[in-house]
Design a protein around this ligand. Structure first.
Ligand SMILES: NC(=O)c1ccc[n+]([C@@H]2O[C@H](COP(=O)([O-])OP(=O)(O)OC[C@H]3O[C@@H](n4cnc5c(N)ncnc54)[C@H](O)[C@@H]3O)[C@@H](O)[C@H]2O)c1
Length: 298
């Protein structure tokens, strides 16, 4: 695997490119993995040591799976050696690109972004993986906001090719191009979107999921038949209820709330059934039950 050099990126920082990922949960660990898989040095950060241990385990598992299917040729152990797992923000200092993937909570995001931009050089690209918070709003917490943008990956990150690249009013073409080149280098296929709530993906997807839940609520059809309608009738790989379970019903509810507050349109209002499921701990795949039942991996 050829080692990528900063020289080919902006021409003035020597050595191997280092990508830091802050937050090592579902998304952060996938983001770290794809950069390591493609020859970058990765600094995988989390405040929670358990999350870091789980990230290491799950990245190795995912790499092993890809290796056994011949989707990668380098050994998983060698790829893993490029990832430094750390619970210290100091480790971010010498990065060339930093991607924030912490909890979708405003205070945690703004605090993390301030710390990142206080720590790295002023020309280092800073991206946020937020699903719903305004990039313009978050850019107030980043020094030199022309290098700040939304880099919205999809779950599971190693598999899904799409990334929504979201510019604020202050992001410059220079940094948009650099970020999108990096994403292409790790096998992603970006789309460019403006900073509107839900971007393109969730703005269009959430009303579909919401309507499917209402159809379920009104007993028009059962969950299997609702999903089958979309799989067989529209050629969707997953029906809307299966997809909601996969995303996480709590996550869907949070996104609907943000869309409803921002657009004030009832087509985004979280249905009662969704709220009841979330309140009773039925969060979809991750909790073992949502619209369907699942085996939960320990
Ligand atoms: N899950 C998805 O399908 C999905 C898809 C696209 C975007 N996103 C977005 O990605 C981000 C992360 O989501 P996730 O599903 O990976 O969440 P998650 O809950 O799985 O992981 C978040 C991680 O951030 C860590 N963290 C919290 N505060 C921190 C801090 N101050 N410094 C370092 N680490 C910290 C937590 O310990 C946790 O491990 C969110 O903004 C979410 O909206 C999620």
């Amino acid at each position: 695997m050829p080692r990528r050099r900063w020289r080919s990126f902006n021409g003035h920082r020597g050595g191997k490119l280092k990508v830091s990922v802050i937050g090592s949960g579902t998304m952060g660990r996938g983001i770290g993995q794809i950069f390591a898989q493609n020859g970058y040095d990765v600094n995988q950060v989390d405040v929670d040591q358990t999350a870091l241990n789980m990230a290491e385990k799950s990245i190795l598992e995912s790499l092993n799976k890809l290796y056994s299917k011949h989707a990668i040729s380098e050994s998983p152990e060698d790829i893993l050696k490029r990832i430094n797992f750390s619970d210290s923000m100091e480790s971010v200092r010498r990065s060339d690109l930093v991607i924030e993937a912490v909890f979708e909570k405003l205070e945690i995001k703004t605090d993390t972004l301030s710390k990142i931009s206080d720590t790295v050089d002023k020309d280092v690209i800073i991206g946020t993986n937020t699903s719903s918070i305004s990039i313009n709003f978050l850019s107030k917490y980043v020094r030199n906001p022309e290098r700040f943008l939304g880099i919205h990956f999809f779950n599971p990150v190693p598999i899904m090719k799409l990334v929504e690249v979201v510019s604020s009013e202050l992001t410059t073409e220079f940094y948009l191009k650099k970020a999108s080149d990096l994403l292409v280098n790790v096998g992603k296929d970006p789309v460019f979107v403006k900073d509107f709530p839900g971007f393109v993906s969730n703005r269009v997807l959430m009303p579909l999921i919401r309507e499917a839940i209402l159809v379920f609520e009104e007993n028009v059809a059962n969950a299997r038949d609702i999903d089958k309608t979309f799989r067989l009738g529209m050629n969707h790989p997953m029906g809307p209820l299966e997809l909601a379970d996969f995303i996480g019903l709590d996550v869907c509810q949070d996104i609907m709330e943000v869309l409803y507050i921002n657009y004030g349109d009832p087509r985004f209002k979280a249905p009662v059934t969704l709220r009841n499921f979330v309140n009773s701990g039925k969060l979809g795949r991750k909790s073992g039950e949502g619209f369907y039942k699942y085996e939960v991996k320990k």
